[in-house]
Design a protein around this ligand. Structure first.
Ligand code: SF4
Length: 351
């Protein structure tokens, strides 16, 4: 059988996502004066702690800027994992969401992993609890388990492969060519995109990214009328109706490369707005427009801006470095089991 089956286990998980969102308190922005002071403080703390900042494209531009200025990295989750693993610093300050800190800890168990906050999570991670997922895998033991990086260490430990959006297509294509049937988790939109592109037999968990799921095809078509020459860049965590309108579909790093390489002078971009910092830095002569979410007058909790990524700021980053708080520690045995599918991913991509 070739096709998509959506697991029903995700229904209660959607309520867990809503409950978590309701608990988030927006971070207060720092004043300009304190930003300068905090930046200076962070620079001296990085030296004192032999630390380096590993930041995601979706974090506050102030974090991305100081990561770059201090020899750290700003990238997607695959490159974050590689950079953290290979860097000589004894402390990694991971600015992003919790699974990124866990991945750093699994790949570099000898390093201290700190995060600005341990509360920053991800709807995909929340929506895929390890115990329910493990039962789902047990029911479908004939399938190769491929999980997205946006999952807990315990879910990764249950997987045969971990993938990021930048290599998901290649890995599933490879497995399909080996005649393997896939159990995919947790993002149904990315999984559906991978299934359509590869034709693989994919059984899917019912998870979604609350940021990308908000992008709307009808509003995007309306925006295209205002900017008829703009190219459309779409992250594959978006719904199929939005993906179908894209000139290019890819991961964050691939979207940045496409913005450089495609001939368009304007782009409508369907992913978290944090990426605009890097897009404008890398391609300063082009214009970038945020893809529409819920349309005029609608309210959404994540209008192209991840509420958990937004919990990272200069102030809590400095505090974590100063006090050693918010350390991520993954159980060693769990980490060893999660390491195997992670290593497969890193080796598959030629590292
Ligand atoms: S943008 Fe979506 S996938 Fe990324 S951390 Fe936020 S909720 Fe998770």
């Amino acid at each position: 059988m070739t096709g998509i089956n959506i697991a029903s286990e995700g229904v209660s998980a959607q309520q867990r996502v809503r409950d978590n969102l309701n608990q988030i308190t927006p971070r207060e922005p720092s004043s300009q004066r304190s930003i300068d002071e905090i930046r200076a403080n962070i620079k001296s703390l990085l030296l004192r702690e032999n630390a380096v900042i590993v930041a995601h494209y979706y974090t506050d531009p102030l974090i991305q800027a100081i990561a770059e200025e201090t020899g750290g990295c700003v990238s997607d989750s695959l490159e974050m994992a590689r950079f953290g693993r290979d860097h000589q610093a004894s402390t990694l300050l991971v600015a992003g969401v919790k699974f990124m800190g866990e991945t750093a800890s699994i790949l570099s168990p000898e390093k201290r992993i700190l995060m600005p906050t341990l509360e920053a999570t991800c709807s995909l991670d929340i929506g895929c609890p390890a115990e329910e997922f493990s039962q789902f895998c047990d029911k479908h033991s004939d399938r190769t388990v491929v999980v997205y990086a946006n999952t807990s260490a315990a879910v990764k430990a249950r997987a045969d492969w971990v993938v990021t959006s930048s290599i998901a297509l290649k890995v599933v294509e490879h497995l399909d060519q080996q005649g393997e049937k896939i159990l995919w988790a947790p993002d149904k939109h990315l999984g559906s995109y991978v299934q359509r592109e590869t034709g693989a037999d994919v059984l899917m968990w019912d998870g979604a990214c609350i940021v990308h799921e908000e992008f709307k095809a009808k509003a995007l078509l309306d925006l295209k009328k205002v900017y008829p020459d703009a190219g459309v860049l779409v992250h594959p965590e978006s719904p199929q109706s939005v993906v179908e309108l894209a000139d290019f579909v890819g991961s964050t790093s691939q979207i940045i490369n496409a913005a450089e390489e495609l001939p368009h002078r304007q782009f409508i971009v369907a992913t978290d707005q944090g990426i605009f910092y890097k897009l404008q830095q890398r391609v300063p002569d082009k214009e970038f427009i945020v893809a529409p979410t819920a349309g005029n007058g609608a309210s959404c909790r994540s209008c192209a801006m991840c509420p958990w990524m937004a919990m990272n700021g200069l102030d809590n980053l400095a505090a974590a470095l100063d006090t050693g708080s918010n350390e991520i520690a993954v159980d060693r045995d769990l980490g060893r089991r999660a390491m195997k599918p992670l290593q497969r991913m890193l080796q598959f991509n030629g590292s």
